[in-house]
Write a new protein. Structure first.
Ligand code: GAL
Length: 650
């Protein structure tokens, strides 16, 4: 467990660098990320490189014993590059080019931009690739931030057509699989196909989905281009990228196949404020401590990307500048968020940023220090964590989770394209299940649909739109209890209804037929009654299902129709349920799987790492922990708000 920090030497006078590096060491920082936005200083004129300043910065940090993560600067191309390659800009849905004057003003499909990136990454990797202090490379910065995955540029169109030709081989095949007989949408050649934008009526969903798949592949191949160069010139160094929160515009599982470590940027208060599926009351309730499950959800998601290796690349250290309101964290929360990440298995937690910068776009964004150089609340809390890491010593890094939750980017895109009701949100549904499991005190692994789930006792599939026989057979053979949310098995890979209706191939294991679905307006609910009479409700989404003989009905809607169907180890939820219903249903499945659960009250959350059980209190009141005082190794058994505790697990 190491602490890190994001540092921008190019934004500060050269005379400050040595003291900054020394202060980092004093604070307990071990890893420092630099350079990811400094292209205009590395290459001020086309082909004229100025490495002297970066040599100095790297040298100064290295001399203090700091380990360096170098960012490739491709998220911030300089102005002169645009002069040379006007085609590098992305184009938005209104046909407007994304201009210069901020960052990420490039199109993933621009071949001239790819070439420019190849050159700068090669130059940088050649110069620093063997430096002993350089331990890792970050490719670019937050792929897709500021809504930049999708581009409707000419380059994107050209490459999309090639992508389609490769996928479908001939145009008749595409016409058939897209269902283009509908509305006379048939094409005679791939060159006739346009981008799914600015059409009078709805886009054919498979046209839109293939464009999303294409756009995701573009991000992956753009990243691979950089990874290939870095591996050649900088062998033995980790390659990583910093992912974002609640962001699914490209397939992170696929992109991670080219990385050694998945990292993500954790801004818990910013997400609590911005995520649309959190009710307003909860936004206010958690405004200073953050919703207790948001960071954990991403820790579990990104831990599943690179065989368990993951970091926090940017950790919120005070108020941010980009949410609709930007409150100050409750004192203690920066420390608590750091421990939550370590408890989930993070190797490094790196704070954003060393010092608040007094100018430009992020002058209102805090760091570990204020812009006049004084240590701030976040810096003081980071120093406490550094001391605690030393005190705790080595207690192991892993702990096997008993529950797997399946996350699927393809399903996310399908639900974006055809939500069939404006309240419907893929992340919202997944997060509802995740939250319920966390409230039960469980450790959760978030896995892709292709995962081997045989080591888990319980597998939760909030929504997997496309299923195949192999997947269902794998789940059957796993011996786990399998719980599925609505819309699972609802589509084919070509974005059509499956033969014999949803849930498609799932019928191998569970004999139900979804004959009709409906979406519900905000504020509308449908009463649901569990088998033991416990009442609750469904919202946002409801299905009408026929159940065959041998299928047990565990809950019904008020009109008597089945709401939960179960056969053997498989159960299916025919609606988006309220929290109390979900808690109850998942608790019953956990019981059947032999998993012990705890009903956590308020803002208490648990996570085990190695020999230690960690607890974080996100709530406003004191919480009594279920542990004898002599087992405690960190914190108190009476856990205060924003408190962290750890004890030797049984
Ligand atoms: C991230 C980004 C950083 C910085 C930060 C501010 O999205 O990677 O460069 O802008 O947000 O919160």
């Amino acid at each position: 467990m190491k602490l890190g920090v994001c540092y921008y030497p190019e934004q500060w006078d050269r005379s400050m660098w040595l003291k900054d590096a020394q202060d980092m060491v004093r604070l307990g920082v071990k890893v420092v990320r630099i350079a990811e936005f400094a292209w205009s200083r590395m290459e001020p004129q086309p082909g004229q490189y100025d490495w002297a300043w970066l040599d100095d910065a790297v040298g100064i940090l290295a001399d203090q014993g700091l380990e360096i993560v170098l960012g490739t600067p491709t998220a911030a191309p300089p102005r002169w590059l645009l002069q040379a390659h006007p085609d590098m800009l992305a184009r938005d849905a209104q046909g407007r080019e994304r201009g210069f004057g901020s960052r990420r003003h490039y199109c993933f499909s621009s071949e001239s931009y790819r070439e420019a990136c190849r050159v700068i990454v090669t130059e940088m990797a050649r110069r620093y690739g063997q430096h002993p202090a350089v331990i890792a490379w970050q490719t670019d910065n937050e792929y897709g931030c500021h809504d930049t995955v999708i581009s409707y540029s000419d380059s994107a169109l050209r490459r999309f057509r090639l992508w389609l030709a490769k996928r479908y081989d001939n145009i008749e095949n595409l016409n058939r699989r897209w269902g283009n007989v509908f509305w006379s949408m048939e094409y005679a050649a791939f060159d006739e196909i346009g981008l799914p934008v600015a059409l009078p009526a709805q886009v054919n969903p498979i046209h839109a989905l293939d464009f999303r798949r294409f756009a995701s592949d573009e991000v992956c191949s753009f990243n691979r281009l950089q990874c290939d160069i870095l591996r050649e010139y900088s062998p033995g160094r980790d390659i990583l990228h910093n992912f974002m929160g609640f962001f699914g515009e490209f397939n992170h599982h696929e992109l991670s196949a080219d990385l050694d470590v998945a990292t993500w940027d954790n801004y818990p208060l910013g997400f609590t404020d911005m995520v649309r599926f959190i009710p307003e009351a909860e936004r206010v309730q958690w405004m200073r401590s953050a919703h207790p499950d948001i960071a954990a959800f991403h820790h579990d998601l990104y831990r599943g990307m690179c065989k368990g290796r993951w970091w926090i690349m940017e950790q919120q250290s005070g108020p941010v500048n980009w949410a609709s309101a930007n409150p100050s964290p409750l004192p203690g929360m920066v420390r608590a968020w750091t421990w939550e990440a370590f408890a989930h298995g993070a190797e490094v937690v790196s704070y954003f940023r060393w010092r608040q910068v007094p100018y430009a776009q992020e002058q209102m964004h805090s760091g570990l220090h204020t812009s006049d150089g004084q240590i701030d609340q976040g810096g003081r809390e980071a120093a406490i964590v550094a001391a605690e890491i030393d005190t705790l010593g080595d207690f192991g890094a892993h702990h096997a989770a008993s529950v797997a939750l399946v996350f699927d980017y393809n399903s996310k895109w399908m639900m974006d394209i055809q939500p069939h009701g404006e309240q419907f949100d893929y992340f919202g549904q997944v997060f509802a299940y995740y939250r319920a499991l966390r409230r039960m005190g469980l450790d959760i692994d978030i896995v892709p649909p292709s995962a081997d789930v045989s080591k888990y006792a319980m597998v939760v599939v909030p929504l997997l739109a496309t299923l195949d026989d192999e997947c269902v057979a794998r789940w059957q053979a796993s011996g786990a209890q399998i719980v599925m949310g609505p819309r699972t098995g609802s589509k084919t890979l070509d974005y059509a209804l499956p033969t014999g209706l949803p849930p498609g191939p799932l019928r191998m294991a569970l004999s139900i037929r979804v004959s009709r679905v409906e979406s519900l307006r905000a504020g509308v609910s449908e009463t649901v009654c569990l088998a033991d009479g416990t009442p609750g409700y469904a919202k946002i989404w409801r299905e009408f299902i026929d159940v065959a003989q041998g299928v047990e009905v565990l809950a019904r809607f008020a009109d008597g129709q089945p709401a939960v169907a179960c056969q053997g180890a498989f159960s299916y939820h025919a609606a988006y349920f309220s929290d109390d219903v979900l808690d109850r249903l998942l608790a019953d499945v956990a019981h059947a799987a032999g998993i012990t659960i705890q009903a956590l009250s308020g803002g208490l959350r648990l996570r085990r790492r190695g020999k230690l059980q960690f607890a974080v209190n996100y709530g406003p009141g004191l919480v009594s922990l279920p542990v004898a005082a002599d087992r405690m190794v960190l914190g108190e058994a009476q856990l205060a708000p924003a408190g962290v505790a750890a004890w030797l697990a049984e």
